[in-house]
Write a protein that binds this ligand. Sequence first.
Ligand SMILES: [Zn+2]
Length: 111
Amino acid sequence: MTDTQRAELIEQLERERGTTLDKIAEFQVLVQPISPDNAIGRVSRMDAISNKAINERALHQARERLTRLENTLKRATSPEFGLCMRCRSTIPIPRLVAIPGTVVCVECAST
Ligand SMILES: [Zn+2]
């Protein structure tokens, strides 16, 4: 991986990190406890509860992605970074961004 590619990768990872942080902030609002007020009917209250479960799952996934992105950013400056653990070929940047934390190339991952 060239220095330019590495810089580009770090930039993309930072951008992804920003997007993920925004998502976490949004989901955190959506998973606020549902107040038992009478303003919403029973059915919409059940909707709210099931949406809350979906949002909680999404929040959890976004947090996991953030952790992976941050770990990837920490490793991104090491000379070993971006090399497939199995065949030592270079892992393409889009793959490193899409699946932060991956240590194998596409071919090795599919075999
Ligand atoms: Zn490989």
